[in-house]
Design a protein around this ligand. Structure first.
Ligand SMILES: [Zn+2]
Length: 357
């Protein structure tokens, strides 16, 4: 057994002991850490967040989240969609931002508020379907359709089709019948918050904004072109202040981003078929396992659950934990025991290539 693996197992064992000591419970999930089970299967089936202080752990595309709170399914200026996915969990800072954004959206004339797509799973982590990121509670998808005045039924929230802002009969072109000034204002409003680090939109939408946006061009630099993102846009927050285990993404370059990084999408390169070497071995798909994630994620997965009620934020009062919660000690033990910093190499950042979306 490799030394690193042995060390990891020893540390997971220590985490298990400290968990057992503080709660007297057994945690079958932890055994899976060493057996190569894809982490998405472990995180994908957890129904509730950990009962611990809010903490984003790791990177947007390689991490997890402690102490998540859920945005209520309905608020005065928002509705959460696709409820069966159970992905309306986030860092409290993200939930607060969405509530603020939903009010600002109404002021901009965006119907009666916003429709909220996926945020994160109850404990973050990789997902069984969709999304490379959304793992630490600091990413959220917003539909390019306003909230109707009437509350949608749970079924309608499952079935309501997405509407693309593109004219699909053309190459990367915004549909002028659908895209309005209010859409532009909405995206730029999201980019305007200091706690927002990036907003992902389709390259065609970014191009349209480059051609038409008359406001702060510096803010436009936060709006990043990524394939997809034509039926919704994606808001990514900075690591909150004091979130020591959150791994920040490189800052966006200065300027409006209406540059080579955008022009690349309109070149042949992103659409070219990958060249296969005749003697190349088939690449085995590699699943992310718990051992690939920051070690504290093993403790997050195993920590006792918060009650659903205490973990709902916003319209129902959320009381931030004043004292340490059950899950805190275990998670902190693992963080303290980390001999190495969080892995910084080989972290997949959201890729721009269509094949990887
Ligand atoms: Zn997203």
């Amino acid at each position: 057994m490799a030394l690193a693996t042995r060390r990891l197992l020893r540390q997971m064992g220590a985490a298990l002991l400290s968990l057992a000591a503080c709660s007297g419970l057994a945690f079958p999930n932890i055994a899976s850490a060493a057996d190569g089970t894809p982490a998405k299967q472990l995180f994908g089936k957890v129904q509730l967040p950990s009962n611990s202080a809010a903490s984003p752990i790791g990177f947007y595309a390689k991490g997890c989240m402690a102490g998540a709170v859920a945005i209520p399914t309905d608020g005065p200026t928002w509705q959460a969609m696709r409820l069966s996915r159970n992905r309306r969990w986030g860092n409290p800072a993200m939930i607060s931002l969405l509530e603020q954004f939903s009010q600002d959206a109404v002021r901009l004339g965006w119907g009666s508020g916003i429709l909220i797509g996926d945020i994160s799973q109850p404990r973050g982590g990789p997902m069984l379907t969709g999304h490379a990121s959304h793992q630490i509670g600091l990413d959220a998808d917003i539909w390019f359709q306003p909230k109707p005045a009437q509350a949608l039924s749970a079924q309608a929230r499952e079935d309501m089709p997405f509407v693309s802002m593109l004219d699909k009969s053309k190459f990367l072109t915004v549909n002028p019948k659908r895209w309005t000034k209010t859409h532009a204002n909405l995206v730029m409003q999201a980019a305007s918050y200091p706690q927002v680090e990036r907003v992902f939109v389709n390259p065609a939408i970014k191009k349209k904004l480059c051609e038409t946006w008359k406001g702060d061009r510096g803010l436009l630099g936060k709006v990043r072109p990524v394939y997809g993102h034509d039926e919704h846009f994606h808001i990514r927050m900075h690591c909150p202040a004091g979130a020591a285990n959150c791994k920040a993404q490189a800052a966006v370059a200065a300027g409006d981003g209406c540059d080579k990084s955008l022009a690349w999408w309109f070149s042949k390169e992103p659409w070219a078929k990958p060249v296969k070497k005749p003697d190349a071995k088939p690449i085995k798909p590699k699943f992310v396992t718990l051992a690939d994630l920051p070690r504290a994620c093993t403790a997050v997965l195993a920590a006792p659950a918060a009650s659903e009620r205490s973990a709902t934020f916003g319209a129902t009062a959320y009381v931030a934990p004043a004292a340490a919660q059950d899950g805190d000690a275990a998670i902190q033990n693992v963080i303290n025991a980390q001999a190495d910093p969080l892995p910084v190499d080989n972290i997949p950042i959201p890729q721009s290539r269509p094949a990887l979306q």
